[in-house]
Design a protein around this ligand. Structure first.
Ligand code: DX5
Ligand code: ZN
Length: 218
């Protein structure tokens, strides 16, 4: 089942409660929450307090995308705040395996993320450990960037790897530049979950989410 994960980075932060509840009513499958530290990426967003504030407002799963140097430092706080899944970048830590174990030990699903410049081979040793792999289809840091089609070969590689290994169960997510024009190719390549920020919020939420779902299945 293909799932749409709107990124709340494109929401109205002064009306976050309203936007979260609107997304749930509009058919979002889960919420993608972008955490930026101004070091790993050149932008700042928000921290665990905001996630803790969101948690009681929605039934939707909260997928936390940590764009943070040494993300191990914040895993406990985001788990405590109510994360359902925490994703850390392979490029952000010296101890990827340990970081992923820390997430699981905190009772939360664990995901690994790769930047456009990072190959799938860099995360092969952790693929049996993770619940989700996120392939960045833009350089992380900002919403509204252009999709990089060359990333789709990594999605296909991950889908084939999963097929070839019975014990592997991760979902494959794509993030960045996903819209009605690009989602179809992502789905064909083997992605299961589609993050969409600026596209979702640039029109009526229910219409946009329905259009994405339709295009993912075409
Ligand atoms: C980028 C973030 C994305 C971003 C996607 O660093 O990880 O989740 O919100 O935004 P769009 O869909 O506008 O590319
Ligand atoms: Zn993201």
């Amino acid at each position: 089942m293909k799932q749409i994960a709107p990124s709340i980075l494109s929401a109205d932060f002064m009306n976050l409660q309203r936007d979260i509840q609107n997304l749930e009513h509009a058919g979002a499958d889960l919420l993608h929450v972008d955490i930026m530290d101004g070091m790993f990426v050149p932008n700042l967003s928000f921290g665990p307090q905001v996630v803790a504030g969101l948690r009681p407002l929605t039934q939707l799963g909260l997928d936390i995308h940590l764009m943070v140097e040494q993300p191990e430092r914040y895993i406990a706080q985001f788990a405590e705040a109510g994360a359902d899944l925490i994703m850390i970048h392979a490029e952000a830590t010296q101890h990827l395996y340990r970081g992923l174990q820390m997430i699981k030990d905190a009772g939360v699903k664990a995901g690994v993320v790769i930047n456009p410049g990072t190959p799938v081979s860099a995360i092969e040793p952790v693929l049996s450990l993770v619940d989700q792999v996120l392939v960045m289809t833009v350089n992380p840091g900002f919403g509204g960037q252009t999709f990089i089609p060359a990333m789709l070969t990594k999605v296909t590689e991950l889908a084939i790897y999963r097929q070839q290994h019975a014990e592997i169960t991760y979902t494959i997510e794509v993030d960045g530049g996903v819209n009605d024009q690009t989602i179809g190719a992502c789905a064909k390549a083997g992605a299961d979950i589609f993050v969409a920020g600026s596209y979702t919020f640039a029109g009526d939420l229910a219409t946009r989410i329905a259009t994405l779902k339709q295009a993912a299945h075409d």
